[in-house]
Design a protein around this ligand. Structure first.
Ligand code: TNX
Length: 525
């Protein structure tokens, strides 16, 4: 058993620490290479966090790590330039090369790519090295999971803070590892979104897709069309008060995400899912009559007026304003469930709106219905079907459209787990944890080139979610499953091993205040 005292003189008595450190391989997403060995490291009261000198972004990762560790350890953990190798050292090495390990290919130089890292644990200290700050950040998430779960608590806990000895070398399989939050059906404020960002960061998610507009609400202030938010944002499903982000609040979310090395993908859903906009401006309606605000849950009844020029003035203004507030490369224009738009109108609409996105310098992203029109060069389609076989989808993939995969029967976090789940929908069936995990993004679109897949995303639609805690109940434990598919090598895919690692996350979620679904498929600790 580990000696309970070194490094923790005077630590308050609490739950006895586990007898041995967590195994080096007990991390989600599974790292590429894990070589356990040597004696463990024990984080001590006098440890420092060493960071690279003068590298923008790198020192911030050290400060972030200190912020995570201080409340539970009670240690000072000063962040110092360089460091003496005795505590935790963050180090940048030359050559990441590929800036994001697209498709998991090896980067130049040290082979870690823009997001990879190497974590070395010896009794003398922990060293995280990477080619770029994003890699240091992901390495910090791994270190966090190797420390006892109590490290996540917000008040002083008993140690010891032991980390198993050895080396982890890691980098992602896919460049795009996303999560979507629907803030349109029910509105969630900045604080809740920031908390979700923190929860996602623990599993190395790097894109946050915000579904900002829908029939039930418009959630982002637009200067040139102020009634969209001021009127269109005043309700939500069930008739609650709704809400919207001011420009400053949206920018705050973007900044917060960036501090967690996460890129925001804003979605303005068009031409359907637009009742809130149509209710706010009668001029957007073909008949010039504004409908009432909508608080139900039906889809597909609304459409912008495809033949009217004002529609494209509206789209240009909105996309221009959103693009100016969004540093990330993608603007999502929705395009799903346009059931009251004819196929010809849909195509005409997309032919006009996609260039409005590219005019802003951004890349078009849209739901996979866009493959029924003509996706512009470089467009990314988000697949949300359940078969992986739609001819238009496969043809688009062959023709160069890239895909983010969100098959509803595997990745939809709003599907019920089983018949007893209180929240959620079931149109794509029940999605238990094993369903979320047991599929392969590389072979999912049958007949599509493997290179067409950029990654995966787990959407969380909010028709049934009314409280902040509802997000956690639906996201955990399925979100970590999808995150692992996005990050970990196909060769490490193994349900039993994953379920065991997932089980060990329970006490961590407990300490973080995350309430989760105790799936009977998982042997919880
Ligand atoms: C389908 S998935 C929708 C959403 C709903 C969701 C509920 C997609 C692109 N559209 O409008 O919220 O199902 O699961």
């Amino acid at each position: 058993p580990a000696d309970a005292s070194p490094g923790n003189p005077g630590a308050p008595a609490g739950t006895p620490a586990p007898a041995s450190p967590r195994p080096l391989a007990s991390v989600i997403p599974a790292p590429l290479s894990v070589r356990p060995g040597g004696a463990p490291y024990v984080l001590s009261r006098d440890a420092v966090i060493g960071v690279p000198l003068d590298v923008p972004g790198a020192a911030g990762v050290g400060t972030y790590l200190a912020g995570l560790l201080r409340p539970s350890t009670g240690f000072a953990l000063p962040v110092v330039p360089g460091g003496d190798g005795s505590g935790i050292t963050l180090r940048l090495e030359g050559g990441g090369g590929d800036g994001g390990a697209a498709q998991g290919g090896p980067g130049a130089g040290n082979g870690l790519g823009g997001e990879g890292y190497r974590l070395t644990v010896r009794p003398a200290g922990v060293v995280i090295s990477a080619a770029a700050p994003a890699g240091l950040f992901h390495g910090v998430q791994t270190l966090r999971q190797l420390l006892p779960a109590a490290v996540e608590a917000h008040s002083p806990q008993a140690g010891p803070w032991t980390v198993a000895g050895g080396t982890i070398t890691d980098r992602p399989r896919y460049a795009y590892r996303g999560a979507m939050l629907d803030v349109a059906r029910h509105f969630f404020g900045v604080g809740r979104v920031e908390r979700y960002i923190d929860e996602l960061a623990l599993y190395k998610v790097d894109y946050l897709h915000l579904h900002l507009t829908d029939d039930q609400g418009w959630r982002i202030a637009i200067r040139s069309w102020p009634r969209l938010a001021a009127y269109g944002g005043t309700t939500e499903v069930g008739g609650g008060t709704g809400g919207y982000y001011t420009r400053a609040q949206y920018e705050q979310i973007v900044r917060y995400a960036r501090s967690r090395f996460m890129t925001v993908v804003p979605e303005i859903d068009m031409p359907a899912h637009t009742n809130a906009a149509l209710a706010s401006y009668a001029s957007l309606d073909c008949d010039g009559v504004a409908p009432a605000l909508y608080t139900g849950v039906n889809v597909g009844f609304s459409s912008l007026c495809v033949g009217d020029d004002v529609t494209y003035t509206f789209a240009r203004d909105v996309l221009r304003e959103i693009a100016a507030l969004t540093p990330g490369p993608y603007l999502h224009i929705g395009g799903d469930e346009a059931h009251s738009t004819s196929a010809a109108d849909y195509r005409a609409f997309m032919d006009k709106v996609q260039p409005l996105v590219t005019d802003t310098g951004k890349t078009v992203m849209a739901w996979n219905q866009i493959t029924g029109a003509d996706p512009v060069k470089g467009a990314i389609a988000q697949y949300w079907g359940t078969s992986g076989t739609e001819p238009a989808v496969i043809a688009a993939a062959r023709a160069g459209t890239r895909f983010v995969l969100s098959p509803a029967n595997h990745t939809y976090l709003d599907m019920k787990y089983d018949a007893r789940t209180r929240l959620g929908l079931a149109w794509a069936g029940y999605v238990e944890v094993k369903d979320a995990y047991d599929w392969d993004p590389a072979t999912y679109l049958r007949g599509a080139p493997a290179g067409a897949v950029m990654g995966v995303e787990a959407p969380l639609w909010s028709e049934t979610l009314t409280k902040d805690a509802d997000i956690d109940l639906m996201a955990f434990p399925r979100l970590p499953a999808v995150a692992e598919l996005g990050w970990s090598a196909a060769a490490s895919h193994d349900w039993d091993a994953f379920a065991a690692r997932l089980a060990a996350q329970g006490p961590r979620w407990q300490a973080m205040g995350i309430d989760w679904y105790r799936s009977p498929q998982v042997p919880w600790d």
